[in-house]
Design a protein around this ligand. Structure first.
Ligand SMILES: NC(=O)c1ccc[n+]([C@@H]2O[C@H](COP(=O)([O-])OP(=O)(O)OC[C@H]3O[C@@H](n4cnc5c(N)ncnc54)[C@H](OP(=O)(O)O)[C@@H]3O)[C@@H](O)[C@H]2O)c1
Length: 314
């Protein structure tokens, strides 16, 4: 069967023939119908993510949509790789795709929709009426976070990004205000300071986060408590920041992460995933998808997705 295979960390993967996987006891063979290509897949293959492939060569991909032997349409995960015509997985890792939702949209949305929920709710503890800033709102996950924040009853949703075209779409998805990140630091600091935030979802880190942090501190000794919870989710603009100590004393900033090391319990994730998929099926949440044949995985591997998720079709 054809699969996307990584031979060396940091090198582009290849599409090649590999033996069809054989399910072990308790596992299912799934015919893959759609497999998303995420920034996590890229970072994992590049060796820049904290998770590393157990051994090489390895079939890439962790999640996909597919058909079980009895025809059931499922979303599933597999550490043995999903960017292939077939994959094996445990039955309990297969979640039925609701009627009305196509495989490509389900596969594209699983990771970013759950991540947006994790960031806003599980880690961000967003309460109705509270204000949200989304750094990297023009990305696939950021666009879903804008929509979810609105649905969760956020007070103001402020969306920050670079791509003008995508930024202009965000008010239709629920943003009350947008901030262009590609402006000089002083102007950007002023734009950040024009709003109050309770929760910040940060898909960027690096310089934009440093500018944001420099806008949060106060310059007097008045006693205040205005908590801001910054949820670190992605590192599109850099893996490190410089954090002046005074920011932590002159504001009520708390920084937490959202990732595998602080995930919600599996039962809650499963219930949320179903809820999110139903919203997508009803058109109450939306995600933009680029369908690409699996054979072209290498060509599209590093392309900027411009707010759309690439989904590989075997
Ligand atoms: N921890 C988790 O569970 C989890 C789950 C989902 C996503 N993530 C992470 O979150 C991040 C975003 O994911 P995504 O799915 O939204 O990706 P995406 O669709 O590729 O979007 C990338 C976003 O990053 C912005 N960006 C890229 N380089 C930048 C730079 N140098 N400076 C400023 N902005 C920059 C893009 O802005 P423009 O398009 O405006 O240029 C866009 O908003 C990734 O790091 C991803 O790995 C983590």
């Amino acid at each position: 069967m054809k699969a996307v295979v990584l031979h060396e960390l940091g090198q582009p993967p290849r599409v090649e023939d590999v033996p069809e996987p054989v399910p072990a006891d308790g596992q299912e063979l799934v015919q893959v119908t759609a497999c998303p290509l995420t920034n996590f897949d890229r970072a994992h293959a590049a060796g820049t993510h904290y998770s590393k492939p157990a051994a090489l060569p390895a079939v890439l991909g962790f999640i996909a949509a597919g058909r079980l032997g009895d025809g059931t349409r499922v979303l599933f995960g597999s550490p043995a790789g999903t960017m292939a015509e077939y994959a094996v997985t445990a039955r309990e890792w297969c979640k039925e795709i609701p009627d009305g939702l196509d495989d490509e949209t389900a596969a594209a949305a699983q990771n970013p929709a759950l991540s947006a929920w994790m960031g806003l709710d599980w880690r961000g503890k967003l309460e109705p009426g509270q204000n949200v800033l989304i750094l990297g709102a023009t990305g696939v996950t950021g666009k879903l976070a804008v929509q979810l924040a609105r649905r969760m009853g956020a007070g103001r949703v402020v969306a920050a990004g670079r791509n003008e075209g995508v930024l202009a779409e965000l008010p239709r998805l629920g943003a009350d205000a947008t901030i262009q990140l590609s402006q000089p630091d002083d102007a950007l600091r002023e734009a950040f300071a024009a709003h109050d935030y309770h929760v910040v979802l940060d898909y960027l880190w690096g310089h934009p986060t440093e500018v944001l942090l420099s806008s949060l501190g106060t310059t007097d000794m008045e006693l205040r408590h205005a908590p801001i919870r910054l949820v670190q989710v992605g590192v599109m603009a850099g893996s490190h920041i410089s954090l002046p100590a005074e920011v932590l004393r002159s504001s009520s900033l708390e920084i937490v992460g959202a990732g595998s090391g602080n995930a919600a319990p599996v039962d809650l994730i499963t219930a949320k995933l179903h809820e999110l998929m139903v919203l997508l099926a009803k058109g109450e949440l939306r995600i933009d998808v680029n369908r690409v044949p699996l054979a072209e995985a290498r060509t599209v591997w590093d392309l900027d997705q411009r707010g759309r998720r690439t989904v590989l079709i075997p």
